[in-house]
Design a protein. Structure first.
Length: 148
């Protein structure tokens, strides 16, 4: 798969995500594909990380996005290539459906391909960029680990 073919496939998949066309994305994923999500600042507690495995995991992740976000746009701006990997930078804007608040962010994704299909996708987004959302507050306390 050429660099240009990777860019075209990535752009097509992003467009499918924008339209909420989850089923159309699944054939482009390897059976053992992985989607890793890292949102927010990892130095603070206002972050989210998760890994979704295989097409069913990808479907779960994309369904969650569809339930919670009204995506206005996801726009790739830069592509960098190295072997079977493509690094993509861009921005997105969406509305959080539960609150009606608008959220925008710059993001970076690392796509790994195998035989023309997506093997791994790692997504990074800093919720501090462009977001005026109040951070969720919680009184939940995690108990300290007890020695064995």
């Amino acid at each position: 798969m050429t660099d240009k073919q990777q860019e075209v496939l990535i752009s097509e998949i992003i467009e499918m995500i924008e339209r909420g066309n989850i089923e159309a994305i699944l054939p482009f994923l390897e059976n053992d594909s992985e989607i890793h999500i890292c949102l927010g600042n990892q130095l603070y507690s206002d972050s989210y990380t998760a890994t979704f495995m295989g097409p069913s995991g990808a479907e779960n992740f994309l369904s969650l996005c569809d339930q919670f976000l009204d995506i206005f746009h996801i726009t790739p701006s830069d592509f960098f290539h190295e072997n079977n990997k493509t690094i993509v930078r861009g921005d997105m804007e969406c509305q959080i459906m539960a609150t009606g608040q608008i959220w925008s962010s710059r993001w970076m994704q690392i796509w790994t391909f195998s035989d023309g299909q997506v093997l791994k996708l790692r997504m990074f987004s800093d919720s501090e960029t462009g977001s005026d959302l109040e951070k969720p507050q919680s009184d939940l306390k995690i108990p300290a680990a007890r020695p064995h």
